[in-house]
Design a binder for this molecule. Structure first.
Ligand code: CTP
Ligand code: MG
Length: 232
């Protein structure tokens, strides 16, 4: 059997509104290197990834190409393309630029620099077997449903998971969703939600607690600490 071909899409085209900084969070430096560097180096290193498409903001395309891809010799990067209004628009633009003979598409937020090669390996293997897979964490706190500050219900937490990225999909599954223009029907917070909406099953693989998405200033500080602590 021929080796499976795997493409990664890295959405990095957000404006980082919740992290109040002049520089967009994906370009903020941690230990002298931009956050996007840390995310990309793991995909560059992973034996499970053949090519990478980065989706960047319109005004940062050159910066991303010159000061990140070329400077750090990320040879797997096929291209840097422009993002869209919502995250799902950015991912769609990325999808339009990956090789069409790819088997598995891995999608990972630029804002999660604590990704590791093991998470990529697990999610790719599960998508290869099951079609679609996401990394997720089982909820450990008790889950309450509340309206206007008053608890209405408590849920059995065994059934609830927090979804992270990376997420991986058979190319044909994503392609079918886009052919059916499902991405234009609703706003999805991740591609798995679109794939579920299309009627496909999505499998869970164990994520990692510290694969945090940098959203606030405190997250940014924490990421600096974690990257050092885990020798990334
Ligand atoms: N993203 C993107 N295109 C968008 C919006 C988001 O490529 N139109 C990317 C971000 O760059 C990030 C990932 O999707 O890597 C997750 O999004 P989020 O953490 O929400 O980042 P931002 O949208 O940049 O932040 P905020 O929501 O605070 O503005
Ligand atoms: Mg956002």
């Amino acid at each position: 059997m021929a080796k499976i071909k795997t493409s990664a899409i890295i959405p990095a085209a957000g404006s980082g509104k919740r992290l109040k900084s002049k520089t967009k969070k994906q370009y903020l430096e941690i230990q002298g290197k931009p956050l996007l560097f840390y995310t990309l180096q793991v995909f560059q290193k992973s034996k499970n990834i053949d090519e990478i498409v980065i989706v960047a903001p319109k005004n940062e395309l050159t910066l991303t190409r010159k000061d990140i891809v070329e400077k750090f010799k990320f040879s797997k990067v096929k291209c840097v393309v422009e993002g869209g209004i919502e995250r799902q628009d950015s991912v769609k633009n990325g999808f339009d630029s990956i090789s069409t003979d790819t088997d598995i598409v891995v999608i990972h937020d630029a804002a999660r620099p604590l990704i590791n090669v093991d998470l990529i390996k697990k999610v790719v293997a599960s998508a290869g077997k099951n079609g679609s897979a996401i990394t997720a964490l089982q909820i450990t706190d008790t889950l309450k449903m509340a309206v206007e500050g008053v608890v209405k219900n408590t849920f059995p937490r065994e059934n609830f998971w927090r979804s992270q990225t990376p997420q991986a999909f058979n190319y044909n599954i994503l392609n079918e969703c886009y052919d059916r223009k499902l991405n234009e029907e609703a706003i999805f917070t991740d591609e798995a939600q679109m794939v579920e909406y299309a009627g496909f099953e999505v499998s869970l693989v164990e994520g990692w607690e510290y694969n945090i998405k940098i959203t606030t200033n405190d997250d940014f500080k924490l990421a600096g600490f974690l990257l050092k602590e885990f020798n990334v």
